[in-house]
Design a protein around this ligand. Sequence first.
Ligand SMILES: Cc1cc2nc3c(=O)[nH]c(=O)nc-3n(C[C@H](O)[C@H](O)[C@H](O)COP(=O)(O)OP(=O)(O)OC[C@H]3O[C@@H](n4cnc5c(N)ncnc54)[C@H](O)[C@@H]3O)c2cc1C
Length: 284
Amino acid sequence: MSYRITVCIKQVPDTENLTTEAMKADGTVNRSALPAIVNPEDLNALELALSVKDRHGAHVTAITMGPPSAAEALRQALFRGADDAVLLTDRKFAAADTLATSYALSRGIKNLPPPDLVMCGRQAIDGDTAQIGPQLADKLDLPQLTYVEEILELSDRRIKARRAFELGYEIVRSPLPVLLTVTGSANEPRPPSAKRLLASRHLRAPSEKPRDGDAPRSESGAIREWTAADIGCDVARCGGSGSPTKVKKIESVKLVSEDHQRIEPTEEDMAALMQELMREHIIE
Ligand SMILES: Cc1cc2nc3c(=O)[nH]c(=O)nc-3n(C[C@H](O)[C@H](O)[C@H](O)COP(=O)(O)OP(=O)(O)OC[C@H]3O[C@@H](n4cnc5c(N)ncnc54)[C@H](O)[C@@H]3O)c2cc1C
């Protein structure tokens, strides 16, 4: 059996290279001041989808909601093995919180042939909420397996997967179709393939600015582009108008240590530490 898998890919600012211009005065991310990368755990989700494709056969579609420049994240997915890609882009999607983002993504996914598996990264490194996967499952009316590390069994009707949690793991089963959120510990994402990079590097989404050597528009069908109207969105549920959360103020919090105590690995110091932890009711 060949599966249909949709992978949600978010383009994010590279938060490992933060500068003082990283945030705007209104509390939103100043994306133009930071290099853009594919959200790391989305590459883990893509890798999991591609491993299903390698083992069982699958059609893998990458989807993103973002400005025209987010098409670069889709190209990165195509270079690694995705079969096609969809860019949801429209000014009406701008300033979306998680509710409005998951709404637009759900409309986009409903506009594709019904998937057997929808995969998301566990969490984005900029918004950091880990809400999109669960919200999307709700809007698509799918069961969800979060924190997935490995698919142990897959058939046309069921999936058995290992999900990680703080102190161990859990083996869970679900009927298909299902939504998975995938953790960074799941796998080692494959690098772009040189052959696919050469074949797809000139592909552009229709609203991207053309560059020298670009494929003619008619050949760039691997990156489709849809607006809010194309996917039947209720505009009141999109972007800023569909976002009940508002950023009031952001603060940079610096943790400064005022005091410290050195504990040597001796019987005496360890006993004193245990006494103190018990006195403070940190351990009983
Ligand atoms: C009040 C408010 C205003 C905001 N305004 C803006 C703004 O003006 N501009 C702006 O850029 N951001 C804005 N954001 C951030 C934006 O809402 C989030 O980046 C977005 O909703 C996704 O949430 P997250 O980053 O926490 O994703 P998470 O829930 O942590 O992401 C989990 C997974 O969901 C998938 N995913 C998440 N987002 C996308 C996407 N866009 N496309 C495809 N897959 C995705 C990925 O697989 C990802 O790994 C705002 C947020 C709030 C709360």
